[in-house]
Design a protein around this ligand. Structure first.
Ligand SMILES: [Zn+2]
Length: 343
């Protein structure tokens, strides 16, 4: 990436209200069949245009073709029964009714590759594509087949690797694995979480990223955050292993969070997507607030490795708020860019 402080989002953007009910997770599609296919493509075009108008440097599909960042991928796999549901505790935080793994898991066909090819056809800008990470996938399922979280994670890692290689061939520049579970299951992260992540990116020549956050601004997450105390040191547990890993970029929540910024020292040498936009509030950051978060991160991340971004996805926000936040991100990055180049 030649541009200094290239901006991007963590991934998702709100969907248009004609496509799905807005400001909601898992919201149902409002269109069907071929109308749904066309509608998703139109929404992807809009999401791209909104990023471009805000001056975002590394663009995404805004996750317009998926209902949810984990379940949509799993829906395309063999071995998972969506009719057979069990209630499990997601990331030790809230109960949800989830599908059951009933047999060996495998990928029937590419999941997002056509969407990625479509996005590639619309722009020459660098593209980042998000996939769920293996550990976050197993945490959103009931496993009645492997009966081992680790075994299932290795199986998913192989499947993710097949998908990632095809996304790379479709022209994706950065493949990102979303692993919010890395902030919860520290022993497993160190035992096999990072290893399965590395399996998922094996053989890729494009850049790779892992996104680890404190989640959307939904109630279950806000309640959980209240229990974490005055300093959020969760990153400290996975960082040493990640610093040693093959992953190129680490995407983190930094703005308005209680994460001590000096934890970034533990991943010195990696590229860091610094979350400088809070996705858990409707108030729009000023460019100066964004710049302030980036300046703090610059104490621990070399300027050529700092990628300004959002704390997490923006899917539950209104389009107007998301647009304002994209603009603030761009403007804040520009302030710091000028400061750095003026030196
Ligand atoms: Zn996130």
């Amino acid at each position: 990436m030649k541009r200094l402080l290239p901006t991007s989002t963590a991934g998702s953007l709100p969907k248009p209200s004609w496509l799905a009910e807005p400001e909601k997770l898992w919201s149902l599609w409002k269109l069907q069949d071929s109308e749904l296919i066309d509608g998703k493509q139109d929404a992807l075009r809009l999401a791209l245009q909104e990023q471009q108008q805000a001056g975002i440097d590394i663009v995404s599909d805004g996750e317009q073709t998926r209902q949810h960042f984990v379940t949509t991928f799993i829906e395309h796999l063999n071995g998972v029964d969506f009719e057979k549901r069990e209630t499990v505790r997601i990331r030790n935080r809230y109960d949800a009714s989830v599908p059951t793994v009933v047999g060996a898991v495998s990928r029937q066909q590419p999941v997002f590759v056509d969407d990625a090819r479509f996005l590639r056809s619309l722009t020459d800008q660098p593209i980042k594509w998000a996939l769920p990470g293996p550990m976050t996938m197993i945490d959103t399922l009931y496993d009645a087949h492997y009966k081992s979280r680790e075994k299932l994670a290795w199986e998913f890692a192989k499947i993710l690797n097949e998908e990632a290689k095809e996304l790379e061939a479709a022209g994706v520049d950065i493949i990102q694995f979303d692993e919010p579970a890395f902030n919860v299951f520290f022993d497993e992260v160190n035992d096999w979480g990072v290893a399965t992540l590395e399996r998922a990116l094996e053989g890729l020549k494009c850049e790779t990223a892992v996104h680890i956050c404190y989640g959307y601004g939904i109630k279950a997450n806000t309640e959980w955050k209240k229990t974490l105390g005055s300093e959020w040191r969760q990153y400290e547990e996975a960082f040493p292993k990640l610093q040693q890993s093959k992953i190129d970029i680490i995407s983190l929540e930094c703005h308005n969070s209680r994460v001590p910024i000096d934890l970034l020292e533990l991943i010195r040498g990696k590229k860091v997507m610094v979350g400088a936009i809070d996705v858990a509030t409707n108030s729009i950051e000023t460019p100066e607030e964004v710049a302030d978060t980036l300046r703090k991160a610059l104490q621990f991340v070399d300027a050529d490795k700092l990628y300004p971004s959002t704390n997490c996805g923006m899917t539950p926000l209104s389009r107007q708020v998301a647009r304002g936040k994209l603009n603030a991100l761009s403007a804040g990055a520009e302030i710091v860019r000028k400061e750095l180049l003026g030196k």
